[in-house]
Design a protein around this ligand. Sequence first.
Ligand code: FE2
Length: 423
Amino acid sequence: MAHYQAVGSIPPKRHTQHRRPGQGDAPGELYYEELMGEEGFSSDSSLLYHRNIPSTTVGAAVWELPDQSTTPNHPLTPRHLKLHELFDAETVGTTDVVTGRRLVLGNGDVRISYAVAGAPSPWYRNGIGDECVYVERGAARVETVFGAFDVAEGDYVIIPRATTHRWIPVVGGDEPLRAYCIEANSHIAPPKRYLSKYGQLLEHAPYCERDLRQPDGPLLAEQVGADPDEQTDVYIKHRGNGPGGVVGTLHTLPFHPLDVVGWDGCLYPYVFNVRDFEPITGRIHQPPPAHQVFEGWNFVICNFVPRKVDYHPLAIPVPYYHSNVDSDEIMFYVDGDYEARKGSGIGKGSVSVHPGGHAHGPQPGATEGSIGVEAFDELAVMVDTFRPLELGEGGIAVDDGLYAMSWSKGAGRAAPGGAHSEG
Ligand SMILES: [Fe+2]
């Protein structure tokens, strides 16, 4: 993120003395400057000023991750995964967004997990890549070393690699916190074509810097009611020889991780709400990249938001059948009306898996049924991967086993209106 931010207490010149307040004539103790940088310090970075030496640990242990194994989608099959069946109401109170994630799909570039959480997570950082956590329902406070966010339904929470943070769900609302977790093995950023050569979001982009929420930091231990000297465990996900090349370690710090008095730079977590995505529409059907919101290495994230649809007199609002030959398409249906998927079983909380090598499109009857429709009331988040995805244990557990046959004769017919556009 090229948008420079400066938060809290920083010295006027980088890499110079920055001290705590002194007593009398005695100078205060130095803060510890940390350069957190991407791509070998050749890309975005930030400078953080810690009260404690950021490399300090007093213990390390293995963190046994939830099952990260995957099973190939073979024979090649479109699938419908019913995420809302992954968690029972009784388990929500003891599930957290970090250790409670269940792996739905994954490959060597990205893992998609899901959690329905009512418990605070431990302190955590992902040393493998950036995370994009989409808040399907509910609300939470996300505390990070850069500051905190209050997040709620429709928020994409972008957490850079190796950012120490934790999730604290807001309990007692109408809905529990439902988190759709997209873990990259790379960085996650706005598409390059949305950006100027210096990184500003351009006029044709469907969102701009004003739509991004930055941390309201700095955030220190005492501000969250904690003792700055409190010994704290931090759960670290990192590369290793476990399933998917992912393993976990637990580091014990002799202090609380919220010890950053100030930071500045272009690398930090931020939040973008899907309702701030301005849809791009036209006289005839717009291509799927018009819906893109973020990208990582070998995958993209798109969203389909409520919008007016194609207005050519002979327009067909739902898409043509399409073969996205280089991609698996993973659509997460969040809200709206999916009448066009009648007969497929798709509904809120569903994930459809449309693998590369197999054409897909509307269910029978939906194309004719969409003619004359003026608007789609839908909300969906799509991840397209350029390498095949395999099924995680969570995906296997809630695969309806029927979806592949839903285009066949005899399948349910879609009613006009409320048609789903892509997927
Ligand atoms: Fe599609």
